[in-house]
Every structure is written in C-alpha cells, then in structure tokens.
Write a protein that binds this ligand. Sequence first.
Ligand code: AMP
Length: 420
Amino acid sequence: MNTFQAPRGTYDLIPPRSAVFLAVREAISAPLKNSGYGYVETPGFENVELFARGVGESTDIVSKEMYAFETKGGDQLALRPEGTASVLRAALEANLHKAGNLPVKLWYSGSYYRYEKPQAGRYRHFSQVGAEAIGAEDPALDAELIILADQAYRSLGLRDFRILLNSLGDKECRPVYREALQAFLRDLDLDEDTRRRVEINPLRVLDDKRSEVQKQLTGAPMLRDYLCDACKAYHEEVRALITAAGVAFEDDEKLVRGLDYYTRTTFEFVHGGLGSQSAVGGGGRYDGLSEMIGGPALPSVGWALGVDRTVLALEAEGVVLDIPAATSVYAVPLGEEARRVLFGVVTELRRAGVAADFSYGGKGLKGAMKNANRSGAPYALVAGERDLAEGVVQLKDMESGEQRSVPLETVVSELRAKLA
Ligand code: AMP
C-alpha cells in the first residue's frame, strides 16, 4: 500500500481546484444567508440511534452505508451520512423551536460519509451545503427553498440542470397508497432483496433503476391518484409559487428519494452532464421526522446540495468560475539587505489588506520571476542593492511587462490605490 494514498472512495482538495470548491460552497450559501438562514454546525458524528430512527433502518444509507462504530467508552456512534437529522437534533437540543419565531431557518456546510461503492461522482467522503426550515407548514417555504437552490446553481453559471418535483403524501394518504402498491408489487416476479423491500419500503421499488424491474411496474398504482385533498392543495400551491417565480420544473411521480422521513414535497436537481450519478442535490418536506426522533410535531422542509457533484457539473458544462488570483503583489528580493526590506514591505502590504507573497529560499531573479508569474499576481516588486541605495524598489506590471522605480516610502500606498 502506498502510504501517500487517500483512503478508497476519498480524495483531497488541492489548489487550484480546491478554490472552486470554496467558491461553490460560497455561491450555494449566499442566497441562504440573504434569506434569513443562520449558520449551524454540528459534530461529524452522532449517536447511531439518531440516524437509525431518523433516516430509517430500512434505507440503504443506514443499513448498508453507515460508518457505525463503538467507542472505547462503549458509545454507539456513526459518522454522519447526511445533515438533516443532526440539524434537527441540534435545534431541539437548543430549544430553538421554543424561542417563538418559527420557522427556525438554518444552513450548514460540511463533510458526510457513506460506505458506498466508489465511482465517478459517488464517494465515501463528500461535501454538502444544506438548508433546513424547521417548524412551519407553509407551501411558500417549500417554494422558497427550491427557488434559492435554483438561484444558487444559476449564480454559478450552471444551465444544464432540471428540477424534478413530486409529492409523497402525508400520514393520512400515504399508508393507503402504500398498501395498494404492496398488493401490486407482491404479484410481480422480483428477486429476494426486492421482495424484502416491498415489505419494508415499497415506494423505493418504484425507484429501481433496473429495466427488468421497471418493465413490470407499468400499471402500478401511482401516489398522485391517492393524495388526499389537503396534500393535493398543498402541492398545487407549491407548484404555483415556483411557477410564478419563473423557475421551471418537471413533475416526476416516481421521485421517491432514499430517506424515509420525507412527506409531501420532494424534489431533486439533476444534471445532464454527470452520467448515472446525475443528482446534484435534493430535498423535501419531513413533517414527521421530529417525532420520529422523540421531539414534538415540527413540520419542516430542507435540502442538501452536493458540492462535489456541483463541481463536476461545472466542469461538464465547461463553466470556469471567475476566481481572482490569490496574490496581488509578489516580492522578489535580490540579496540579503533586499530580503529584509522587501519582507517588511510585504508585511505592511498584508496589514493594509493587499494580498502579497514573497520569494523565499534565496532564489535568483529568473527562478523568482517564474514563481511571481505562477502566482498570478498582477504586480511584482523587485529590489537589489542598487535600488535600496537609491531608496526605491522596482514595480513591475506583470501584464504589460512595464517596470519603473517607486520610492520605498510610497510603494505601499501606491499599490493600495492601484488595487483598490
Ligand atoms: P442525498 O442526501 O442522498 O439526497 O444527497 C444529496 C446530494 O448529496 C446528492 O444530490 C449528491 O449531490 C450528494 N451526494 C450524496 N451522496 C454522495 C456521494 N456518495 N458522493 C458524492 N456526492 C453525494
């Protein structure tokens, strides 16, 4: 084993691509910060019970993909496979729902862990930015979240994505549908695994990607025909609000999603350039989750957008984000005395808010200028013994190649003005 190799299914974010990840996280969170969502951060692991009860024992996420372990102290923990259960747990623990201003709106950004079969766009460690609006049943809230995700993707320049929308009904109508679906599925020719799924999570069978299963599903009862009047009206209102906002979506009555807690609104963002792992983000309403983990009734809605897949989607569309060079001024000292003086100038520049870097390691002019070029800095400062004797430094415009002497005393203010 190569000891420099990251574990299977994981990868490192390194410059320059890592800057794209930061920009994507920033772009996804910006519309949330602008819409009343406060930042929340929860631990990377939780009691395994939270996910077992929240996400659901019958889901692949909990039954197959969770990094669950026992600590030396005997606690049963799991690395978080998703964000919603943790965020809701944190809100309940802090009694945010009792502070009197529902919904509690929170956003988060972090690492998630699933023991999946690694492939392009599917990793064992991945990164999401998510949003949860806790404690209100209001179609405008569902619409808000869908509109904000659309805005986030568009602000990045993504165009080739679609929004799939469905309603999963509520605790009144879904059980009736579930039974009708089970009765239909029990008559099909299915493998043992799928038969088991029919009994514990029949809606997931609709989601089966295999064509031999899909073929048999023709004529299966559809949830749409079983929605109660309240769910129908709710869903129509969500659709109307999104439509009025000019956000295009497609009704997808087979959209179920892999987590047990969803009720009513569910949605997914899929991208055309990602092959089989086409979902860049998804979410929905989870009116029963709080009670499932032992809390009061708190109807809520949320989403999580995958940062890794959003970056892949940008690459697939050939979108290059406008990420400014990290360094504005690169200082190149020639000789001992110049090193001291220019290092002082760099420190001053940094304190003045100018992004500055320095040629370390006593490089010669040629090597140092190569590094200056590589840094992307629009300006270089070069100084040797003769410049210092005259009290000046050479200021080089890296784009035009033009170079001139600038008095040492004024170089910081001049650069500040140029870069403002
Ligand atoms: P989910 O919680 O499964 O609905 O996932 C929400 C989003 O997180 C997905 O649309 C993906 O963009 C991302 N995601 C989920 N699982 C993975 C994974 N194993 N690797 C990379 N991204 C993932």
